[in-house]
Each structure stands twice: as C-alpha cells, then as structure tokens.
Write a protein that binds this ligand. Sequence first.
Ligand SMILES: Nc1ncnc2c1ncn2[C@@H]1O[C@H](COP(=O)(O)OP(=O)(O)OP(=O)(O)O)[C@@H](O)[C@H]1O
Length: 253
Amino acid sequence: MKPILEVSHLSKKYGSFTAVNDISFQLQRNHCIALLGTNGAGKTTTMKMIYAAASITHGRITVDGFDVKKSPSNTKRALGIVSQEDLLDGSLTVYENMIAHGLCYDIPKRELKKRTQNLLTFAGLANYDDKQISDLSGGMRRRLVLARALLNHPKVIILDEPTTGLDIQSRHVIWKKLEQLKNEGVSLLLTSHYMDEVQRLADQVLIIHRGKILASGAPDSLPAKYGYQSLEEAFLALTDFHEEDDHIVQALS
Ligand SMILES: Nc1ncnc2c1ncn2[C@@H]1O[C@H](COP(=O)(O)OP(=O)(O)OP(=O)(O)O)[C@@H](O)[C@H]1O
C-alpha cells in the first residue's frame, strides 16, 4: 500500500546552517512514527516543512499522494497539526476557537457545529465550550488543540511534543485519544522527549541528530539492532552523550 506520507531526501538550510540534512522516511496508514532527538536536532523544522510552514531547501514531501510544494491546499486538507505553540485565540471561547479554525477548511456551518460538538465531547471538553482559553488548564488546552486539529478529518496528524509539561493523568488521557485515532485509521507523526510516550505510541522510531537520521526501527527492536539494552541507552549513546562533556551537567556542578 502507498504510504500516506513520504519524505525523500529532505534538507533545510538557514543561510549556511543545515538544520535538516537529507532525511528520508515513509509513514504507512494507521502507523505512528516518532522523531526522537536532542534540542535543536531538526525535528520541528522537518515537521514545519511537511505542513508548509517552512520552505523546503531540497527534497520532496508527499501527503496522501500530493506534493507539498505543488498542491499545498490538498496536503493541508489531509493534515491535522498539533504544534508546540498552541496558537489558540485568547479573545474567543473554546467553542469559538473550534468554529474559527473550521471555517479555514470551508466546512459547511451545520456540519462544522456537529463536528465541534462531537470533538469537544471526544476531548472531554463538552462542558467547557463557553469558557475562555485563560480558564483552561495546560492539559485542557492540549486536548482542545488536538480536537481542533481533527476538525477537517485529517489522514495524518503531526504532533510536536503533544504532552510536554502535562501531568501524568493528562498525558494518559491524550495517549488514549491518540491510540483511539490510530485504531480509527489515522496516521501519526510525533516528536517527544519522553521515552515512555514513544514506546507506547510509536510503531517506528527515528533517532535524529544534527539534522540526520542516525538510527531507525521499532521501539522494542531498535536497541538490540544497535547493540543496546534500552531505547534510552541507544538514544544517549547514538546522540553522543558524555556526562563529563555535557554543558548542563557542568553548569549544575
Ligand atoms: N527560523 C530559523 N532560523 C534560523 N535557524 C533556525 C530557525 N528555526 C530553527 N532553526 C535552527 O535549526 C535547528 C533545528 O531546530 P528545530 O526547531 O528543528 O529543532 P528541534 O529538534 O525541534 O528541537 P527541540 O527539541 O528543542 O524542539 C536549531 O539549531 C535551530 O536553532
């Protein structure tokens, strides 16, 4: 079966600095790929090129068979975005934020209202529809952003650190929602700094360092494939972590 998302020889330069360096991968339907990398590895930049928020320096991306550069409106329709910054409008209520987002996709009004109600229920926010964004907790905001990303019935959801900063209960709620979506046929592309999140959700992990893919495989089999005991050990070794060199450890000592 054709992959729902195909990234081929993708590179991104900011001036003379190469943030993403010849990355290729394929995301199959109903699958989840997790991008694992240190701060500044190039994960967000890769995602931004997929949803056309950053230009592509070199390479090609297709979503649902459409070229991101040539058919941006078709690829936009197939994608749901949960970016690091939630970009919710603080001057609108929860319900109004959903409606405003849906209008960008030309969803007919009546259908949009129906989807909004269903998705707010799905996200556990049905009783919060008239609340201001400032009244929501961090976990509620992330659930709202996820609900908003589903309004256009996306085939692929791009999730940039979807549970960063949330308590363990809120993380579990979001994981369950994501698993439910995967079971319904949606594909996920995820970045995370949490190994447990990656182990739980991902079918495939790509370890990215300085813009390049260093290792790939299923979360359970990747460590042994590269001679390590655990995903965390593989990640630290492959991304060249040495405690004595690490500036954070030095700063703390
Ligand atoms: N608009 C920009 N202009 C110049 N450099 C940029 C820009 N955006 C990102 N970079 C640089 O590109 C590199 C990759 O950044 P990116 O945000 O993709 O990293 P990341 O892997 O998502 O990191 P994090 O885990 O911290 O979110 C970094 O060195 C960053 O400073």
